[in-house]
Design a protein around this ligand. Sequence first.
Ligand SMILES: [Zn+2]
Length: 464
Amino acid sequence: MNQVWAWFAAAFVAAGFVGQPSCLAGEGWRAGVAKVVITPEQNMWMSGYGSRDHASEGKLHDLWAKALVFEDPAGHRAVLVTLDLVGIDRPTSVDVCQRLQTKFQLTRDQIALATSHTHTGPVVGENLSSMYFFGDDERSKVKSYTERLKDQIVDVVGQAVENIKPVELKQGLGHATFAVNRRNNREADVPQLREAGELKGPVDHELPVLTVRDADGNLDAVVFGYACHATVLSFYQWSGDWPGFAQLEIERRHPGTVAMFWAGCGADQNPLPRRTVELGEDYGRQTADGIDEVLTQEMTPVQGRLLTSCAEIDLAFDDLPTQEQLQLDAQSDNRFIASRATMLLDKWEQDGGLAASYPYPVQVWGIGKDIKFVILGGEVVVDFSIRLKQELESNRTWIAGYANDVMAYIPSKRVLTEGGYEGATAMIYYGLPTVWSSNVEEHIVSTVHELVESQKSAQSSSNN
Ligand SMILES: [Zn+2]
């Protein structure tokens, strides 16, 4: 057993780190949940679209930060925070996680910050830094919103910790079909293609569901994920887009429940057709229907241990631009290219060059013996979900994107080779110097495998 443990520890020194299960053996699983409104208190710049030319104009419904803290029978804890936001940047994530680690005695692998990618949420930190053109007044609003958001996340996790009590966790799998592969179907053709059953994939229509019930059977929380952009709406009112409507609908149907959404690998998936509030509500209802179908069936109790691990890898870019190229780009008629170049030239000046890679977060939670929850940064395309579900051989594989740091699109080898928005040009809006290297998919997938393998040995060492 010691050897296995040593190998496991050594693997983590190499790959990242893992939370050590504590020895406080309890009766069963415990959990606490809490939520807080994070709608900006004043109108400010909205995130997700470069075409917006003014600040928000009120709200359709509120945006939320929600926290679920759960703990296995051995006392090992994980904190899942879901946010109705287009994304968060690395400095915000690093700061929040450090504060959570200190305040609640956690290691980094025990914390996941998941965003819904709603395109009617506020700009946060430096996220999508080359996409917006606004003055100092708006910039200071973004800064103060981001500071308040960080405090609110720490507070809501604190409330969830206070609410911890014995629970039963169960899991199941539903389906919803409104996500459409936006690279392979023309938006205008979608209603006809859908009618004819001729929509082209790849897609991932799985709707994984985790429920948290207290000792009296009350439904405290419903956690769910789905691989689809939150881009039904593009107007000037705050909203959670279809995931916001889905969470509201689940909470309406199950009073007292906190519904929590994490976005899957939906970077190349859109909810189609779109652009009306009615369609957003409809996709919310379809999601709630899919979840209710799971709730009415026999769900599988979560049994076993909670294992949490993460790694930060140096995800390589393709060949970097020269200073001369950036100087040319800074004169470009395309304001996004010019803005990125100016920013990168400043960085060059400051750091003496550009980094050849980006510190990319990969996280894996083994939730009981059945669930592998892979939590990735960035806007991850659906190929990752399909591949990892095939390769990981767990009873349930959940793959989240848009978590911990939304720094760019994350294309598969296929999408990178095909190019287009998700494979190439989206990098401009994220302020990154060029496209990812051809190794992007393999590097991420092999890291996921390393983390999963190390957990296998931890699981077997606990069984010895
Ligand atoms: Zn997106």
